[in-house]
Design a protein around this ligand. Structure first.
Ligand code: ATP
Length: 324
């Protein structure tokens, strides 16, 4: 293999730049020409491909976002879109790809490999931490720390005014961010998509909380089955029906995606990026490079996409016990 390309796709995540840097420099170290594709699969279809050198990735390890830009591409879902993308790679002589993204990106990569045989190794770049085959995803640690900083600030004002705050964090299908923020932020409750939310139980437990607790924090993952933090707050407020209690909602939103990556995300991004290039050289064809129990390992895209990473019950129990 003499020429490879790297791209970022789907939602951006802090630490993607550290990963790109590792891909570029590992490739150069092994004497391989490396190309960057801008805007993920969309850029692949438009031929938005440029040669990268070691200096192309200077001074980016500390930056959030992705210097290669990211996109969601509807056209790549069509056979014709993928055919155009492949012919653009062929025109540049590219023989292998490193795809940095989430499960959607790997679904596209698996299909692309099946159709054209091009070897692809993925790196888990998503703040949601919902990918099977790696203990943590690149961006998760930074997103949790960003949300925690906000929760700490909200806690100050919640305590000062005896308020009950519902804080919505990211996680359409996964409660990982909510659970870590809940533990680290000392929340009374954490509501996640993996567990059915019974509003009546929530209200009952709420009423039973010790009287000396004048303020409370409830962390809600955006994909919770009972609705948004705003809707859940409305329902709880109506059930409690106590004019003395003040309820507030804060939706943290996209601030969770930005900011300088933490040390953990820089290291994880760097390790996965290096492993992706070395995986391609060792003959990996359609797998993700992740880190499990501290060791780099490769997981077939099929398993990354179809197997569900399970949220640990003991984490939810921990929140329950520590909130008494
Ligand atoms: P995140 O978890 O941050 O949302 P992601 O990689 O899951 O990241 P998606 O938007 O789901 O983000 O997927 C990224 C891109 O992958 C899509 O915009 C699309 O171009 C491609 N893709 C997803 N599923 C398929 C598919 N079934 N066939 C072809 N391409 C796909």
């Amino acid at each position: 293999m003499k020429k490879i390309a790297v791209f970022t796709s789907g939602g951006d995540a802090p630490g993607m730049n550290a990963c790109i840097r590792a891909v570029v420099r590992t490739a150069i170290y092994h004497g391989i020409e490396v190309y960057g594709i801008n805007y993920g699969y969309e850029g692949m279809m438009k031929g938005n491909i440029k040669r990268m050198q070691s200096h192309s990735v200077s001074n980016i390890i500390q930056r959030g976002g992705t210097i290669l830009k990211s996109a969601r591409s509807e056209d790549f879902r069509s056979a014709e879109g993928r055919r155009i993308a492949y012919s653009n790679l062929q025109a540049q002589g590219i023989e292998g790809l490193v795809a940095i993204g989430g499960d959607g990106t790997f679904t596209g990569a698996k299909r692309f490999h099946e159709e054209f045989g091009i070897p692809i190794v993925g790196c888990p770049g998503t703040i949601d931490n919902d990918i099977f085959g790696t203990d943590y995803t690149i961006g998760f640690d930074t997103a949790v720390n960003t949300a925690l900083e906000a929760i700490d600030k909200i806690r100050d004002t919640a305590a000062a005014h005896d308020r009950i705050f519902f804080i919505e964090v990211m996680g359409r299908d996964s409660g990982y961010i909510a659970v870590e923020c809940g533990i680290g932020g000392g929340a009374e409750f954490v509501l996640v998509p993996e567990q059915k939310t019974e509003l009546q139980d929530l209200v009952k437990t709420f009423k039973n909380l010790r009287k000396s607790k004048s303020s409370s924090i409830i962390v809600v993952a955006e994909g919770d089955d009972a609705g948004s933090a705003d809707q859940i707050m409305g329902a709880v407020k109506a059930s409690i029906n106590d004019p003395e209690k003040e309820f507030k909602v804060t939706t943290l939103g996209h601030i969770q995606r930005g900011g300088n990556p933490t040390a953990r995300d820089r290291v994880l991004g760097s390790r996965c990026g290096m492993a992706a290039v070395e995986g391609l050289l060792q003959g990996q064809k359609r797998a993700m490079a992740g880190v499990v129990n501290g060791e780099v390992c490769y997981t077939d895209f099929h398993d990354c996409i179809t197997k569900k990473k399970v949220l640990k019950d003991d984490h939810l129990k921990l929140i329950e016990i520590l909130s008494i």
